[in-house]
Design a protein around this ligand. Structure first.
Ligand code: SAM
Ligand code: SF4
Length: 362
């Protein structure tokens, strides 16, 4: 039986090294604003959403995610164990996280993922347990995951054409992904989000096909701008802006705006008469950093307060050195206190080092 942790009243003292004051990009940075909550940063953003990567490995090799030359995988003993994941999740939830997303690499490759979900489901205060998956192994595992308490699913799908799927992911599997989407719908997952990274010259000519695909399926197709990470060959030329995607669809369909979650990343629109709808995620051209409520823990246990930031704090090392809960919270609080107001912009990001996406967890 898990006992709820007390919520700390008053964040562990947060000292800011002048050399590490976050870039504010003109917004007001005030460390005192964060004095009452561990998960609130100096710009007043409360972090209630944690993404945990369960694994670095994957059964696909998507061009925009996995470096072509491959990767040196982290040795298994350096990855977080199930117990370490649950201990960290429990700490974050006790401080106010209400949503956890399991990701990777491919999270369904993690042995015993259903046990992790079941343990998360018992954390008092956690409302949503979501997962982002490529869907290939979903048919085998969905019954058990649902019974364990998985509440939300995102399935990635960048093309509706089998030959293209193989070019984009360097593997076969489109039929399995489409089956996984039908299965998730049959299991009642709503909204079922379908993540589609749009690359000029690869799949941008399928925007209208995806729009038509929402006619008879209650899915949210989320068109995502191509983001730069190490080894993914990003170029501005391959990026299709969300504005352009929308304009290309609006040339054929009328798009009715839908209400948007203030912390959400997608701007949502529906084609009248369609069961599903479309989302546009403009992380590069219209960043939504002001409303950011997300934190990430990589499979090797590093806390990343920003997807695009190089800063990382190894919670795994602290755990393995015997840190108490209070010491872990002090580390987490300090890292959140150093979170910048915004990311540096796509052209700078493309020049900077960051991990490959497959080892961060999207
Ligand atoms: N393997 C799972 C999957 O593909 O759904 C989960 C991990 S994957 C890293 C999470 C999400 O990140 C996927 O929807 C993927 O399309 C997205 N992603 C990966 N690299 C990206 C990039 N360079 N730009 C935009 N989205 C990216
Ligand atoms: Fe694997 Fe997901 Fe990355 Fe594709 S996007 S290589 S499925 S982790």
């Amino acid at each position: 039986m898990l006992v709820p942790l007390p919520v700390l009243s008053g964040a562990p003292e947060r000292t800011v090294d002048p050399a590490q004051v976050p870039e504010d990009f003109g917004l007001t940075y005030d460390p005192a604003r964060a004095a009452t909550e561990v998960l609130t940063d100096g710009f007043g953003r409360r972090h209630t959403y944690l993404r945990i990567s369960l694994i670095e490995h994957c059964n696909l090799r998507c061009r925009y995610c996995m470096p072509e030359e491959g990767l040196t995988w982290t040795p298994p003993e350096h990855l977080l164990t199930d117990e370490e994941i649950i201990r960290l999740a429990r700490l974050f939830v006790a401080q106010g996280v209400t949503k956890i997303r399991l990701t990777g690499g491919e999270p369904l490759l993690r042995k015993g993922i259903e046990h992790i979900v079941a343990k998360l489901a018992r954390l008092p205060g956690l409302k949503t347990i979501a997962m982002t998956t490529n869907g290939l192994l979903l048919a085998k595992k969905l019954d058990r995951l649902k019974a364990a308490g998985l509440t939300q699913l995102n399935i990635s799908l960048d093309t509706l054409r089998p030959d293209r799927f193989e070019i984009l992911t360097r593997r076969k599997g489109l039929a399995q992904v489409l089956e996984a989407i039908d299965l998730a719908l049959a299991h009642g997952y709503r909204p079922l989000k379908v993540n589609c990274v749009v690359l000029r010259g690869f799949n941008d000519d399928e925007l209208l096909d995806f729009a038509a695909w929402t006619k008879d399926r209650p899915v949210e197709v989320r068109f995502i701008e191509f983001m730069p990470f190490d080894g993914n060959g990003w170029s501005a030329g391959q990026l299709v802006s969300a504005a352009e995607m929308r304009a290309r669809i609006e040339a054929h369909y009328s798009l009715k705006p839908l209400r948007v979650d203030p912390n959400g990343t997608a701007r949502l629109f529906q084609i009248p008469g369609h069961q599903g709808w479309l989302g546009f995620i403009a992380s590069m051209t219209e960043p939504f950093c002001e409303g950011c409520n997300r934190l990430r823990i990589t499979a090797d246990g590093s806390l990343k307060v920003c997807l695009f930031g190089q800063a990382e704090v190894s919670l795994r090392d602290a755990l393995r050195q015997g840190a108490t809960d209070a010491e872990l919270l002090a580390l987490i609080s300090a890292a959140i206190g150093r979170k910048h107001a915004r990311h540096a912009g796509m052209h700078h990001l493309a020049q900077r080092k960051n991990r490959p996406m497959i080892t961060i967890g999207g």
